[in-house]
Design a binder for this molecule. Structure first.
Ligand code: DGJ
Length: 753
């Protein structure tokens, strides 16, 4: 891994064993030359394409009319000088113009990766083979400078980018747009755009369209990364799928509004950008001040979507998530939300806890409703003191009971929100985002605290901190259940109101930073009405996220499929809930619900005390089994084999970290009559011989499907061995199924070592 620099000509080549990224300078302009599979550059002969085009492509240099910025492949386009594409930077100067000419000043190597003050970021650890390139651009007229940072690791196929803008001029200006990453693929629009739209309880659908010849925006303007889009955008070759092909990805390490641009120009070049949303953003930059953008992680893979995901997963598991829990197996939890909603008593919680403890569950999470006057979602948010009507023995009594049963105690908070009917609101009606003379819109009957205010941040740090310090709490679920409206802060001046949403995020990150630093032993899980903020920004502070409020096993396959494109299974909270399911009313077996959750971070969310003895026994076997495999699942390589929607079913596989065990999860979906059995090639098994084992929690016996020729059971399977070649190329044969939503887990274990 290295960064090759040509100071004289201002060119840089970032590379490791698998990827290359090249920038050059032409007439002072920073040019994007290449991103993709590792290559060897010719001895600094330029690779910039400079074509001459007709008069409708103006020339920024009157002395050299041979080029236009509209057609050059640019690395960080500024605004106003013949480039009609989306700029990466646009600053409104004191004279009212927004025209800048940022030319390359220098390129220098920085061995370490600088922390981003106040923002989440991909960090490095001692011994990491990592280098950072700083490219400085300057605009002579305004005195503005841009430092573009690029980090490359030898072990991860990612380039991590952010930028800093410095005002070295005499005048105040307004940043109107500042992308964290931007580049142009010259004369190349052979891409599909892939993004992950959705809604509450339908997060991260896989959506794929050809980029064609126009502009596409993937964005959130809601004040959070949101359910509706995810800050993950892919450009893939049309033939790319999970198993193979080229893909270029950007993922924003940020939890607020964002924007990604994919734009094809008239010469078939594709611009790809990601950064802060500029729709309702501006930032006042006085002389001498600087502003830092959040980071974008850019991954290239020629190994299909699975190759790309593996790069994201390893990087995030090892260098984004932090703290004591990063490398620890995560506890199997029971959460009372779907079991009781707001209507619980101490006795009810105890009855669930008793069964949870008997079945081997490790952590009891008390969800919404334990505080203030919180008997519905109409009141109480903000009043973070225990509701003694529900919990007469207080939080301490509940925690002691749970601890007495050998389980850890975890607690739900929603500290960014406030109910109109709360003591906190009555005391501080102006602590919310609001604007004088405008209605205060509610969402789920609640309003948004103004986290851009220091006094609000400090209050939350103190109140939540006191509860955590005075109770044996080992897990926190940090929820957030609405998007922003009336975005205005009472304490900011008029010309800083465009800063509110970003200041909110900086405030939130400060609060999270303080609390997670003070309580390193606590496992934090983020949540936003399920997966409304499933993004790398939150993962930096909280190493797991509640994936979705939709707990239906069949629906979850699509949600977890989409989520897994960037985010590793250890980060995905996945719970077994009751059937019929509360969101869609669907019946699925306890086994199918468990297998869906076991691909990720298993938990339960139902009234265990209502289960039959048979079901309790099954849960007990599931929990014991998951504990025996969770190290492999949580730290292994996750692979998608069959996408949801495939008529043959959905299949995923996890490879254990030592590459000796492979867990094949298969889900049938809706059954169909008169269909052939099918054989699924496994593609990824390491070279060797394998024995297979079918896992069944019903009664411990094998299922009735084939391996590879029917009939086959565990006894027979255990005696036979199969080569990796056979399983990878020919595959594992699934027989016809009985009924809908059937599922299977088959473990293949190396037997030749
Ligand atoms: C939304 C979360 O996603 C649920 O799991 C639950 O915690 C509710 N909020 C509680 O209000």
């Amino acid at each position: 891994m290295a960064i090759q620099l040509d100071h004289q000509n201002k060119r840089a080549h970032l590379y490791n064993d698998r990827i290359s990224y090249v920038m050059e300078t032409f007439e002072g302009e920073l040019i994007h030359s290449y991103w993709g599979k590792r290559m060897t550059l010719p001895e600094w002969s330029p690779i910039i394409p400079v074509d001459v085009f007709a008069s409708f492509y103006p020339n920024p240099n009157p002395d050299n009319p041979t080029y236009s910025l509209d057609t050059l492949p640019r690395e960080y386009p500024d605004f106003g000088r013949s480039d009609y594409g989306h700029p990466a930077v646009r600053v409104r100067l004191h004279d009212g113009t927004a025209i800048t000419r940022f030319v390359v000043k220098s390129m220098e190597l920085v061995d370490e990766k600088k922390p981003l003050k106040g923002l989440p970021y991909v960090y490095t650890e001692e011994g990491d083979d990592v280098q950072t390139l700083k490219v400085t651009l300057g605009d002579q007229k305004s005195g503005l400078f841009l430092d573009l940072y690029y980090t490359i690791h030898s072990d991860y196929d990612a380039i991590i980018r952010h930028c800093e803008i410095r005002n070295q001029g005499q005048e105040t200006c307004q940043i109107e747009n500042l992308m964290s990453a931007s580049l142009d693929f010259y004369n190349d629009r052979n891409f599909d755009l892939i993004h992950f739209p959705g809604s509450w309880s339908r997060e991260r659908d896989f959506s794929r369209i050809p980029v064609g010849r126009s502009s596409h925006l993937v964005e959130s303007r809601r004040g959070s990364s949101s359910h509706m889009q995810n800050p993950l955008v892919l450009l893939a070759r049309p033939e790319t799928d999970d198993l193979g092909g080229q893909v270029y990805a950007m993922n924003f390490v940020y939890s607020g509004s964002f924007k990604a641009v994919v734009e094809v120009n008239s010469m078939d070049s594709t611009r790809f950008q990601m950064g802060l949303q500029d729709f309702d953003f501006s930032w006042k930059l006085k002389a001498g001040e600087s502003f830092t953008s959040p980071e974008v992680v850019m991954v290239y893979s020629d190994q299909g979507f699975n190759g790309m995901s593996d790069a994201f997963h390893r990087l995030y598991r090892n260098r984004l998530m932090r703290g004591e829990h990063r490398d620890k197996e995560r506890p199997v939890l029971i959460n009372n939300w779907e079991a009781t909603y707001f209507e619980f008593t101490e006795d009810k919680l105890k009855s669930i806890c008793d069964v949870a403890s008997e079945t081997g569950l490790e952590l009891f999470v008390l969800d919404d409703g334990w505080f203030g006057v919180r008997n519905s979602d109409r009141s109480g948010l903000g009043d973070w003191f225990v509701n003694k009507d529900k919990l007469p023995e207080g939080l301490k009594g509940t925690a002691d009971y749970i601890n007495g049963k050998g389980m850890q105690f975890g607690l739900w908070f929603e500290p960014e929100m406030i109910s109109a009917d709360s003591d906190l609101y009555r005391a501080h009606p102006n602590w919310i985002l609001h604007a004088k003379g405008h209605i205060r819109s509610q969402g789920r009957n609640q309003m948004v605290l103004d986290y851009s205010r220091r006094d609000v941040q400090d209050y939350i740090i103190e109140v939540v901190g006191n509860i955590l310090a005075s109770h044996p709490i080992e897990y926190v679920k940090w929820d957030m259940n609405r998007n922003m409206t009336e975005v205005h802060s009472e304490i900011l001046p008029i010309d800083r109101q465009g800063e509110v949403t970003h200041r909110y995020m900086l405030g939130l990150y400060r609060v999270l930073g303080k609390l997670t630093e003070r309580f390193p032993q606590i496992l934090f899980e983020s949540c936003s009405g399920g997966g409304g903020r499933f993004d790398p920004g939150m993962l930096y502070y909280m190493p797991q996220t509640w994936t979705s409020d939709d707990t239906d096993a069949h629906e979850r396959l699509s949600i977890q499929y989409g989520t897994s494109f960037a985010y590793p299974p250890i980060a995905m909270g996945a719970h077994v809930s009751v059937a019929p399911n509360h969101q869609v009313g669907r019946m699925t077996s306890l086994k199918t619900r468990a297998l869906t959750s076991m691909m990720a971070n298993l938990g339960y969310e139902l009234d265990l005390s209502q289960l039959s003895q048979d079901e309790k026994d099954q849960v007990k076997r599931q929990v014991a089994f998951y504990k025996s495999i969770r190290k492999d699942i949580q730290f292994g390589r996750f692979l998608r084999l069959l996408a949801p929607g495939d008529s043959r079913g959905t299949a995923f596989m996890t490879e254990s970290p030592d590459k000796k065990r492979y867990y094949l999860f298969y889900f049938r979906g809706l059954n169909r009559p008169h269909v052939a059995s099918f054989t699924l090639p496994l593609h990824y098994l390491a070279h060797g011989s394998y024995k297979g084992k079918i896992i069944n929690f019903d009664d411990g016996k094998a299922m009735d499907h084939t391996f590879p020729i029917p009939p086959m059971d565990n006894e027979t399977l255990g005696k036979r061995t199969y080569t990796s070649d056979f399983l990878n190329r020919f595959g594992y044969t699934f027989d016809r199924q009985a009924g809908d939503f059937d599922s299977h887990l088959i473990i293949f274990e190396r037997c030749d070592t």
